[in-house]
Ligand binder design. Structure first.
Ligand code: 5AD
Ligand code: SF4
Length: 478
């Protein structure tokens, strides 16, 4: 058998979880060619930037990284440099023209074909642009055989259940760069999830641009049914998902939060604006009142659910009054956390043609005001948790060593993990008999003692093994 030379790939991922998942698939798909991941740019034989184009800033980030690569290419002309993802899909050959040393530009549907392209480039040194889009489900289907390499050692991993989007919110490029919405077969999703669990994964994050409409077009099972199937996987401790569109949030899905023991009590439900005028211009297909109704219904069904959201400030035509309405909505809902963005004009997205653009200064001021406003709410909501015991899925050790909190060996490492509501908890364990390494990947009960803006701090109250036994008994009884 011919031996394959070991080569190194350096991957720079910009953007959302979907890109993180795709980057893992890229690395995995290049393994048969001898590529293994390296975290060193100097060692790399292949550099890939997986790009995002949701806002102009993400594009600037990609180009500034590419700029840094000019020197490397000069020193090492044999190196292959590729640009993939959403910006590649949108800009295609413009990127080759703008950055002359790039070897390949490949779009969001071209990951499958990447190994063939790389092989050809390595032997013949020519430049490739592949931004072809397909509408075939098979293309996603057989990916389930690929277990992303990095994820096998992880406690938590992403799993894409669908791609693309048909919603055409007027500010958004996703439908243009990711294509039309298409869902994977539930059987293949559950199979992939089982494979992850076999490798030690405890938490699965189901990904899609709008998971609430999963399977509708293809008449597969509904999203809440899919959740129920994943919930049956033995050994899996937690299920999360993102992102949900408010218009498609059904009562059945709300009930899943109350009925499925592994489904974490957290929903990310982007509202984007609190003004009906702006929501209409955004083509969001719900009103502020309908959104609030849905949140109330959800909280009635599952009172402890954490709710987070995305907000865009400075959408074209957003008046001071529209912005105040957004702040009032934030006050009313009391989100557990928010991601807020300044509106960014995107080519293709129809809002770029709207009049009454908001100045950069106003957008910046509104964003800062909103973030400060939400900051108080987040802190308040976190402070309520002081004194409570939270179930924390332990992800690993935080970087800090607590010098004052010593064990017989002289040092206590701070462990870190997340609550079902997705709040980060850093905690220490006083029990000298506990094997800290063994706690990673287990659920621990932690008493919260301090609350900060972005995290909580506490102490272990219950050993992981007894707690997991309890959890197991609970789930078998269900
Ligand atoms: N400008 C600013 N924010 C945007 N988002 C999407 N498109 C834009 C844009 N053109 C935000 C939305 C979305 C999140 C992922 O990114 O809030 O929910
Ligand atoms: Fe973009 Fe709207 Fe689709 Fe979300 S639902 S990906 S914001 S078009």
């Amino acid at each position: 058998m011919q031996s394959i030379d070991k080569k190194y790939i350096y991957m720079n991922t910009i953007g959302c979880q979907m890109n993180v998942y795709d980057s893992e698939r890229i690395i995995q798909s290049l393994q048969p060619l001898g590529y293994i991941e390296s975290l060193s740019l100097d060692m790399a034989d292949l550099i890939i930037v997986n790009t995002c184009t949701i806002r102009a800033k993400a594009e600037q980030k990609a180009f500034s990284f590419l700029g840094r690569l000019a020197k490397i290419k000069k020193k090492k002309p044999g190196i292959i440099i590729g640009v993939g993802g959403c910006m590649a899909q949108q800009e295609g050959k413009n990127i080759l023209e703008r950055v002359p040393f790039i070897d390949i530009v490949f779009g969001t549907h071209a990951v499958e074909r990447l190994p063939r392209h790389i092989e050809k480039i390595a032997s013949k040194r020519y430049r490739v642009v592949d931004v072809e889009m397909t509408n075939e489900i098979e293309e996603l289907e057989h990916k389930e055989s690929i277990i992303p390499k990095q994820q096998v050692e992880e406690i938590s991993c992403f799993l894409t259940i669908m791609r693309g989007c048909d919603n055409y919110c007027t500010y958004c490029v996703v439908p243009y760069v990711r294509g039309r919405e298409i869902s994977r077969d539930p059987v293949s999703i559950v199979k992939e999830a089982r494979k992850f669990v076999k490798t030690g994964v405890k938490e699965i994050f189901l990904l899609g641009q709008n998971v609430n409409s999963y399977g509708k077009k293809e008449e597969l099972c509904s999203f809440h049914e899919l959740l129920s199937r994943v919930n049956n996987i033995e050994g899996l401790l937690r299920i999360r998902f993102t992102t949900s569109h408010p218009k498609d949030l059904t009562e059945d899905l709300m009930r899943a939060f109350a009925n499925l023991d592994k489904l974490c009590h957290h929903i990310h439900l982007p509202v984007q604006s609190g003004s009906n005028d702006i929501l209409k211009k955004m083509n969001r297909k719900y009103t502020r009142e309908r959104y609030v109704e849905k949140i109330n219904q959800l909280r009635n069904i599952c009172p402890e659910i954490a709710v987070t959201s995305d907000i865009i400030v400075g959408f074209p035509g957003e008046t001071e009054d529209d912005f105040r309405q957004t702040l009032e909505l934030i006050k009313l809902i009391e989100y557990d956390g928010l991601f807020a963005f300044q509106y960014s004009d995107r080519p293709n997205a129809s809002a770029s043609g709207l009049p009454d653009k908001i100045s950069e200064k106003t957008k910046r001021d509104r964003l800062n005001e909103l973030l400060e406003f939400q900051g108080h709410i987040t802190k308040k909501k976190n402070r309520v948790l002081i004194g409570t015991d939270q179930e924390v899925l332990v992800e690993g050790f935080s970087k800090k060593e607590l010098k004052n909190n010593t064990t017989s060996k002289g040092l206590t490492y701070q462990l870190t993990g997340r609550t079902p509501a997705n709040k980060i908890v850093n905690f220490v364990c006083d029990d000298k008999t506990t094997d800290h390494q063994e706690m990673v990947g287990q659920v621990a009960s932690v008493r919260i003692e301090k609350a900060f803006s972005h995290s909580l701090w506490g102490k272990l109250v219950k050993n992981h093994s007894s707690l997991n036994k309890l959890k197991g008994e609970k789930s078998y009884a269900a």
